[in-house]
Write a protein that binds this ligand. Structure first.
Ligand SMILES: C[S@@+](CC[C@H](N)C(=O)[O-])C[C@H]1O[C@@H](n2cnc3c(N)ncnc32)[C@H](O)[C@@H]1O
Length: 461
């Protein structure tokens, strides 16, 4: 799903204009040492309108010169993007890390902090996708003004002249007929400024493996962000074998947070596929921050990056990892290939010993005595499987819940509410999520001895 900020409009702001999307490729940079594949494909996505504040609408002449240490400690607005449906869970995470939440939108929230704080958010956040640190905002009516405003930012203080740069943007400006132009202009302004100040321009291209600058241009209002994540945070780095229809890591984490499972009680995941839910559950149970698995973030490529402070953060996070627990995490699938993939992915995440794997039909999944959650993500006919066959599967899940799972809380994550009706149990809660652009529900069932059969199919939400 494209990152969408969904910012709240100020009172005078206009409704968002139609979405314009383009993927742009410009020729590879000519500088020696440029990677062969480094073509600057600059993605243009529209985000909903931003709030304009008169106070900050000054032209950027030049950003104040600050040494790297001070730049690190300067506070700014931070936008954390996420998939639709996730902001309530992201909000809880941000608050529990001690950050304020200034506003929450359809696919993002706003907090504030320093670049050091952004580093911490990247390490700990489980459900967010990108941590964007606001560098500058200004008015720009047209591409020339955009270039001139961007040229006023001291990019040479943030980006290495021999580094690698990627520009991403979201544009909705009436003077821009071809949004590729705005992208190229932005990238040119940045590298030209660095060349002028340092005598050399950084390479640029579509890979988010180096410094990433994100531009949001709505009408005549521009916001320029340092994308401190670089690669989106759902790329945890453990998915070595994706299989078909895997759940995004950030979505799986949000699903587990929605069940309020925190490592107490068992977590049983039949139909585990590539193991995302079980792996995210193990990370939560052991208090392993997802950022510990990754070795590359956007902030690492900024001049302000203080490696020793990052290492301290990592060290502190490692001391808080929990060891073994009396509760079990069980992942099963009918496909041996899926279980093999899940095991390998779990090994890459460092949690293979925390999860018990088995190849079996979901209905044969062993449920440990005691309580916990049993969470299934069956196919729902959008990408895999045939609907008629799936009706039988959903009916079977209802029987499995009733016969084998008393004492547990049951969850089904599905994008097909018609199929969900075949479960034949009344869902206590229906939590909306999005898997890519498919609207989904996490259905929650209380399962006690002789669970009540729904008198009628549960109503649509
Ligand atoms: C939508 S995928 C699950 C994706 C998973 N959440 C992930 O992140 O990779 C559904 C899985 O159900 C498994 N499956 C289908 N029928 C099954 C059955 N009768 N018993 C157990 N697993 C089954 C498939 O092999 C597939 O791996």
């Amino acid at each position: 799903m494209p990152a969408e900020r969904g910012r709240k409009l100020g009172p005078a702001a206009k409704p968002p204009a139609p979405v314009e999307k383009a993927n742009v490729k410009v020729p590879p940079p000519s500088a020696a040492g440029a990677p062969e594949k480094a073509k600057a494909a600059l993605t243009v996505k529209l985000r909903p309108a931003v709030e304009k504040t008169g106070a900050t609408a000054e032209r950027v002449k030049s950003t104040p010169k600050l040494p790297p240490g001070e730049k690190r400690m300067k506070k700014s607005r931070i936008i954390i993007t996420c998939a639709k449906g996730i902001p309530p869970f992201l909000r809880e995470e941000v608050l529990s890390l001690g950050f304020p939440v200034a506003s929450q939108a359809v696919a993002s929230l706003e907090t504030e902090g320093t670049l050091e704080d952004a580093m911490r958010l990247n390490l700990f956040i489980r459900t967010g996708q990108r941590v964007l640190f606001l560098l500058e905002e200004f008015r720009a009516q047209n591409p020339d003004e955009l270039y001139s405003q961007l040229s006023g930012i001291a990019w040479e203080d943030y980006i290495y002249e021999d580094g690698y740069l990627c520009v991403t943007s979201s544009v909705d400006n009436p003077t821009i007929k071809d949004s590729r132009f705005a992208n190229v202009k932005s990238k040119d302004a940045i590298v030209d400024r660095i060349k002028k100040k340092r005598g050399r321009r950084p390479d640029s291209g579509p890979e988010r493996t180096g410094a990433v600058i994100d531009l949001y241009w709505k009408e005549d209002w521009c916001q320029v962000y340092l994308d401190t994540s670089g690669e989106p945070l759902y790329r945890r780095g453990y998915r070595k074998i994706p299989l078909k229809a895997p759940m995004q890591e950030t979505l799986a984490a949000a699903v587990i947070l929605a069940t309020s499972w925190d490592g107490h009680g068992n977590f049983v995941n039949p139909m585990c596929g590539s193991g995302t839910l079980a792996i995210e559950a193990a990370l939560i149970a052991q208090n392993i921050p997802p950022g510990l698995i990754r070795s590359n973030f956007g902030f690492m490529h900024l001049k302000s990056f203080d490696e020793s402070s990052w290492k301290n953060l990592i060290k502190m996070a490692r001391t808080r990892i929990r060891g073994s627990s009396p509760h079990k995490i069980i992942a099963t699938d009918i496909s041996p290939e899926a279980v093999r993939a899940a095991q390998q992915n779990a090994a890459a995440a460092g949690v293979e010993r925390t999860i018990e794997f088995a190849v079996c039909d979901y209905s044969e999944t062993p449920l440990p005595a005691g309580q916990g959650m049993v969470v299934l993500n069956p196919e729902y006919g959008e990408r895999l499987g045939r609907l008629k066959e799936l009706e039988g599967t959903y009916r079977g899940i209802g029987d499995f819940f009733k016969k084998k799972c008393p004492g547990y809380r049951g969850y089904i994550f599905t994008g097909n509410l018609e199929l969900a009706k075949k479960v034949g149990l009344k869902a206590k809660r229906r939590i909306p999520f999005f898997n890519s652009n498919i609207e989904c529900r996490l259905l929650e069932y209380d399962l006690y001895e002789g669970s009540r059969k729904a008198a009628a199919p549960p109503p649509e939400q």
